[in-house]
Design a protein around this ligand. Structure first.
Ligand SMILES: Nc1ncnc2c1ncn2[C@@H]1O[C@H](COP(=O)(O)OP(=O)(O)O)[C@@H](O)[C@H]1O
Ligand SMILES: Nc1ccn([C@@H]2O[C@H](COP(=O)(O)OP(=O)(O)O)[C@@H](O)[C@H]2O)c(=O)n1
Length: 225
């Protein structure tokens, strides 16, 4: 049986990482792991328990006593915290505007990276996030750094939000995305940046199918090596 390769997809907010990671994983029969959902799940729980989102110690303690479960589903992935289905709740505005603070905490990151490496242990995995190619899976056979203009990313999120019933203007979304990118790129602990050996894809003028086909072609080449 084919063992499968590790595919790391990184990039800024709303670049299309999860969408493409899901399609690629389905196509190749691999496991899909959305690491952003793990940081969001911890943020959701911290807000619920009134824990300071800048308090690394308190957040790490919280993380050590909760179970975050990612299970595959038709629509991608179901996220549970302590058995509670938080798939929708972790996309709320409140979680989105606090998640980068939580994700900047060094101890939290160390614990998350450890969990993510265990999840990827079985090979045949597509993992998306901010530090997958640089920190979580530095030996991944295929690394992609995906981006698009801020305006395009805000427009994509706008359409998605409309379907979800979230009311946020284009101006607000551009600002939210720019702020989150800045926080993710400027933090000390494994900031968002392109790995030296990652393939750069600007998806601004590409369809979902075009991006997915490009990545699958790269994956097929790496698999054959
Ligand atoms: N190449 C693309 N062209 C148009 N829309 C896209 C493209 N890639 C993703 N999208 C849409 O943009 C939105 C954000 O994508 P998502 O995969 O959630 O991004 P990320 O995981 O990087 O935050 C989704 O609604 C998705 O359908
Ligand atoms: N590997 C990862 C994944 C996410 N994150 C953090 O988690 C946040 C949410 O990630 P996400 O992938 O769900 O974000 P979206 O781009 O989907 O909105 C990011 O803005 C980062 O602050 C991270 O630091 N490292």
């Amino acid at each position: 049986m084919e063992i499968g390769i590790q595919i790391a997809i990184d990039g800024p907010a709303a670049a299309g990482k999860s969408t493409i990671a899901k399609i690629t994983a389905n196509k190749l029969g691999y496991t899909y792991i959305d690491t952003g959902a793990m940081y969001r799940a911890l943020t959701y729980k911290a807000l619920k328990e009134h824990i300071d989102v800048y308090d690394d110690e308190a957040l790490s303690q919280l993380l050590s006593r909760i179970v975050i479960e990612l299970s595959p589903a038709e629509e991608g992935q179901i996220v549970r915290v302590e058995g509670e289905d938080v798939t929708e709740a972790i996309r709320s505005q409140e979680v989105t505007s606090n998640v980068s603070a939580v994700a900047a905490q060094p101890q939290v990151r160390e614990m998350m990276v450890e969990k993510q490496r265990l999840l990827a242990n079985s090979k045949g995995v597509v993992m998306d996030g901010r530090d997958i190619g640089t920190a979580v899976l530095p030996n991944a056979e295929l690394k992609i750094y995906m981006t698009a203009s801020v305006e395009e990313r805000a427009a994509r999120r706008f359409v998605e939000n409309t379907k979800r019933g979230i009311d946020r203007s284009m101006e607000q979304l551009c600002q939210d995305i720019a702020n989150r990118d800045k926080a993710d790129m400027e933090r000390i602990a494994s900031p968002l940046k392109q790995a030296d050996d990652a393939i750069f894809i600007d998806t601004t003028s590409m369809s979902i199918e075009q991006v997915a086909d490009t990545i699958i072609q790269h994956a097929e080449k790496r698999k054959g090596r």
